[in-house]
Design a protein around this ligand. Sequence first.
Ligand code: PFF
Ligand code: NA
Length: 448
Amino acid sequence: MSTAKQGHAQWSSRMGFVLAATGSAVGLGNIWKFPYMVGDSGGAAFVFIYLACIFLIGLPILVSEWLLGRRGQKNPINTMQEMAAVSGSSKLWVLVGLGGVLGAFLILSFYSVIGGWSLAYIKDALIGSFAGQDADGIGALFTGLLASPVTLIFWHSLFMLLTIGIVARGVTGGLEKAATLLMPALGVLLLLLVIYGMTTGGFGQALEFMFKPEWSQVDGGIILAALGHAFFTLSLGMGIMMAYGSYLGEDVNLLQSARTVVIMDTVIALAAGLAIFPIVFAEGLNLGEGPGLIFVTLPVAFGNITAGWLVGLAFFVLLTFAAITSAISLLEPVVEFVEERTPWGRVGSTLVAGCAAWALGVLALLSFNVLGDFLILGLNVFDLLDTLTSKFFLPLTGLGVIVFLAWRLDKEAVRKELGLDVYDFSLWNLIVRYLAPVGVIVVFFANL
Ligand code: PFF
Ligand code: NA
């Protein structure tokens, strides 16, 4: 970023901006969460509904967040405050910004737990734990990890510390440079794992599972899950993309940039599924394995190919990197929120925000062992945090963003800003005024 004339910093290039947005978007949501949600929800029908949500709702909201951020040039809360004032709208719009910060905090707490699992598997790859193991051995390794609160706390703490360290020192720029190399590397590695999947004998079934829909299995719960995950995976509804937009120059084409980010995110998620499901079918594993799915499948591949420990090591290093770039984007807005309201300064605020999220994360990880039977509203802490954010906060704040943009801003100015001709703009309007909001409202309230 460089400092522009107005004083508010700006991205030094469109590329830097797209990279940062992709760094936030691509993470555990793609590689850890998407595949197990597909497994849990019965496959292809979920995939198609998810893709529809991504392109019809997620992409327009991504564009909307950037556009609002670029106009406001402030943090999301102040941006919403000011935009509401300028357009003569209710002060309550600030809730969209506030909900975002709270959502980011809650997600960070359990995100770090899974980032910790990824770190633990770096160690396992290094000491050769996967070598020669069959699916049972790999499964036992994961069960062992979950059973030990102390081990889980250790890795969760390490992940959170790394995130805190990076945010406190404000060295995210260096990460962006690293991302130019590491993101493509992650893509290539996933591709190799897809190719491995082709050799397992389970690839045909995996393709069918992921792309041949059985619509009869679809219910409201599955649609809400797909919608919520579309928000989660694109980092929407948390003001994060709005914050990125605030550093954006007038010359950047929002629709084009959004398309790039969305396509990269989608390709990585689909590739993760295509790497994982062949192993599930070839080894006769449980499709509904849940959050452990990636950790009981891919290591089977690492244990059975030449130099598998090295491939496994590279994979979990890259997964951890992708997770950290997302985690810092989750911590950043929370830190900013604390910093603006306290005398603690950058480092102090980062410590306080990070430690609070860490403590909540400890509760979340105990759901996998000692607190497994501790239920709130029928859910353990981990599931509660996940449900509360993906199925509640994200859809609602995302809805707020798109409704505000579509109904409270001057239409002609938005059309010019997006560089659309009248014809394309009527399609855009149809989507942002009716299709996307009505879709979110119907799905959301049908599930209450
Ligand atoms: N989009 C990230 C992922 O798919 O892993 C997770 C995430 C990051 C969600 C930042 C929300 C967010 F604000
Ligand atoms: Na993602």
